[in-house]
Design a binder for this molecule. Structure first.
Ligand SMILES: [Zn+2]
Length: 316
């Protein structure tokens, strides 16, 4: 179960696996598997918007912390269903809140086919939500929304005197991925641009769009040496664990490349056979809770193809 380890604190190293206060005015709300991050301050800020059916849970927890105050901004890392699901619910509750994202995310969210897919995946997430034992709102329908402010690499959005949210383009997981750094606290919100840790400590190399871009983004994030790192799901890392995680995520990325390349040679580039082998290596051994198998297999194929494309470019 998530949170069974609670807070792992060993000699100043802290890995959080529960919701609640992480650092000063920084909180994880909802559920560790699909969280929303909240930074309180003169202009409270939230990062990402999780599942549609957890909208009520997020707003209830946000209001426990903010009382009658409302978030001024919602920064979205990317337009995946589990990162933007509850934006419409937030907008209804906080009409003056600005939704901030990349222009590419805005383009994706204007496509009816993308909206349909996000809606479908959010409805399908009811199974996972039941598994993790959270009360959601069954049948909650994802609703499209407008982006109020587009940002890009190098932008800084001032949220308090001397404190900005810095924007870092981190493509590779998807093309629309942005990471955010809260400047005065050195908190980095990477989402899956820095991979996805599972309960066993394995880090899934989540290079859905492009392997080389993913690795370059990961190296750029590692160079920031954050004091707190939020990879988007399950864990938050602080102190030396944040940099140690990024180091491991980079090693995992290179290992994944080598594993896929070796399997491709042995299996004559047969993607289905490569998928079976990688799945046995990283999915079957994961005790969960984990991504439903059909979604995992679709993503796995994209990750394998990203490696094969990068591999073919290096080998000619
Ligand atoms: Zn994602």
């Amino acid at each position: 179960m998530y949170g069974s380890g609670g807070l792992n604190n060993c000699g100043g190293r802290v890995i959080f696996s529960q919701t609640g206060k992480i650092y000063d005015d920084f909180f994880v709300v909802g559920h560790p598997a699909v969280p929303v991050y909240l930074l309180d301050g003169p202009q409270p800020v939230i990062f990402d918007a999780g599942f549609t059916l957890l909208g009520e849970l997020y707003t209830t927890e946000i209001e426990k912390i903010l009382g009658s105050r409302a978030p001024a901004f919602c920064f979205l890392t990317h337009a995946h269903f589990d990162h933007c699901g509850a934006v419409a619910a937030f907008k209804r509750r906080y009409p003056r809140m600005e939704v901030v994202a990349s222009r590419k995310a805005g383009e994706i969210l204007k496509r009816p086919s993308a909206v349909e897919r996000i809606r479908y995946l959010n409805l399908a997430a009811e199974v996972l939500v039941a598994q993790i034992g959270v009360n959601g709102t069954p049948g909650a329908h994802f609703e499209p929304f407008d982006i109020d402010r587009y940002v890009q690499e190098g932008d800084r959005v001032e949220i308090a005197t001397g404190c900005c949210v810095e924007v870092i383009a981190s493509p590779g997981h998807t093309w629309d991925c942005l990471s955010y750094r809260i400047s005065d606290k050195n908190i980095l919100l990477s989402s899956e641009a820095a991979g996805q840790p599972d309960q066993t400590g394995y880090i899934v190399t989540d290079c859905l769009a492009d392997y080389d871009c993913y690795l370059a983004s990961l190296q750029q994030l590692k160079a920031l040496t954050p004091d707190v790192l939020c990879p988007g799901h399950i864990f938050v890392y602080s102190a030396e664990d944040a940099s140690a995680y990024l180091e491991r995520a980079q090693a995992a990325c290179i290992d994944f490349f080598n594993l896929v390349s070796a399997c491709a040679r042995e299996e004559n580039e047969d993607v289905d056979r490569i998928k079976q082998r990688i799945r046995a290596h990283e999915y079957d051994v994961n005790p969960g809770p984990k991504q439903p198998e059909p979604a995992y297999l679709i993503n796995l194929e994209a990750r394998i193809k990203a490696v094969l494309k990068a591999d073919s470019m290096t080998t000619g």
